[in-house]
Design a protein around this ligand. Sequence first.
Ligand code: AMP
Ligand code: MG
Length: 293
Amino acid sequence: MKEGDRMKIEKYCIRGNMDFHLCDIKTGDTSRLSRGPKAEEAIAGNILELTKLQDVLYAYNKYGVLVILQAMDAAGKDGIIKHIMSGLNPQGVQVTPFKVPSAEELDHDYLWRSHGHLPERGNIAIFNRSYYEDVLVVKVHNLLESQNMPDDLVKKDIWQKRYRQLRDFEQYMSENGIVVMKFFLHISMEEQANRLLERIDNPDKNWKFSAGDLNEREFWTQYQNAYEEMIQATATVAAPWHVIPADHKWFARLLVSEILVQRLKELPIKYPALSPEDEAALAGFRKQLTDSR
Ligand code: AMP
Ligand code: MG
């Protein structure tokens, strides 16, 4: 795609110190684009570009990329992962889903379970949910007790402290060559109902339905507030949040793929160049091989 034709993504990118509210971005927004072959072509083009960029990232072997996906149930995280992954070399990507913590995980500080899953240099790690659950579901359902924190540390300011810890953690990653890209798939309550109904009505999707999702719907407003506060507090220059209108799956896929391409293109990555000595050695190896044929 020509650079001048690229989508404008700034509107969806929250970098911190901005007066941001979730209602600023409409869940049904499509950036004046419409669904159809043109959009599909653009998504396919982005996936192809991502494939090439991943190849360079892998060869360069210095930066790692961490992609974080957060959303309410049925907002399309799994679909986005399938789409992005479809073009990537499996050798350089790991996907980690973050579920209800195990007893072993609860016996540690809340970032413990993330460390081992951060990307190796040259790799892309995708977090399907993440440590952000520790300021979302844990806050909405008041689960701090199960986290075995010392009583004197569980105070009202704990969320502000966690936001600061997450900002620091992401700053640390960024200063160590890990590029953090955070996406919130922003869906309306109505569209979530449509998708949950589809899971009930379509036998091939029955397995995806969980009664727990209905229970979480009861807490919709609390979750929206928690997401808004989390984005306001943890969007930084080093690790911006991207708020993705997700009522239209095609648009969410287009926008996420576009943002990934644009961010990766900004990285100073390249195929490693050979030193003059290595090049000379290569010429020697070529001669050796040709002579031995
Ligand atoms: P799913 O992604 O639909 O498979 O569901 C995973 C569930 O695990 C979600 O309901 C999350 O809220 C929950 N979960 C993830 N991380 C945590 C956490 N740190 N504490 C409690 N629940 C969590
Ligand atoms: Mg679920």
